[in-house]
Design a protein around this ligand. Structure first.
Ligand SMILES: CC(C)(COP(=O)(O)OP(=O)(O)OC[C@H]1O[C@@H](n2cnc3c(N)ncnc32)[C@H](O)[C@@H]1OP(=O)(O)O)[C@@H](O)C(=O)NCCC(=O)NCCS
Length: 163
């Protein structure tokens, strides 16, 4: 499977919403995003100011994406379509956003996710070096220091040289 990774542009917003809604943990993703004030326009606005993101496409179709916020150091969202899971796409996307946030000067990155331990993303984040931080307002907060991101980059470079 040939994957292409590139930066998200305003024209991609509909396609990334489609991926996020398909990967939502219940069928009400579209309504929940709207209730949270997350719309095509609000995301385009964020992309002009604080946020940046990357997507992965296969055969011209978007199969996963990631976005972060340089102002706060938040890894805001990552999602990969079910049928494309377990192929390293989520990890590649996380590397892109983590590297960018560190380049922007964020010393500590954070994310929020489901409190439920059995949620796939929780194990995924831990596997990528994210640590549990706190539970607040019903969300699990996790964090990762910039030094850890740089160490991961080095290890990945060594891995790719060795293979
Ligand atoms: C979470 C998600 C992004 C993971 O994407 P993915 O492409 O399947 O993940 P990858 O294949 O890149 O996995 C990377 C590594 O994490 C490991 N991993 C993945 N899930 C894991 C888990 N639950 N526990 C332990 N390790 C895990 C993989 O085995 C792989 O290990 P390796 O690099 O040593 O081979 C994807 O499942 C998803 O989009 N889920 C639905 C949306 C979602 O929950 N988003 C997060 C919202 S908070």
């Amino acid at each position: 499977m040939k994957m292409n990774y590139r930066e998200i542009t305003p024209e991609d917003v509909a396609a990334i919403f489609d991926v996020r809604i398909k990967t939502w943990h219940n069928p009400n993703g579209a309504e929940e995003l709207e209730r949270m004030g997350i719309t095509y326009d609000s995301v385009r606005q964020m992309m002009m100011t604080t946020h940046r993101g990357w997507l992965g496409e296969s055969g011209g179709a978007v199969v996963g994406f990631v976005m972060g916020n340089k102002q706060t150091g938040e890894m805001w969202v990552v999602a990969v379509l079910k049928e494309f899971e377990n192929r390293g796409i989520g990890k590649s996307l996380m590397r892109l956003v983590e590297d960018w946030l560190v380049r922007e000067g964020c010393g500590e990155l954070f994310l929020t996710t489901d409190p439920d331990e059995s949620f796939r993303a929780v194990g995924f984040y831990r596997h990528l070096g994210w640590e549990d931080w706190k539970m607040e307002d019903g969300d699990r907060f996790m964090k990762k220091r910039s030094e850890q991101v740089v160490a991961d980059q080095k290890a990945a470079r060594c891995e790719s040289k060795a293979s």
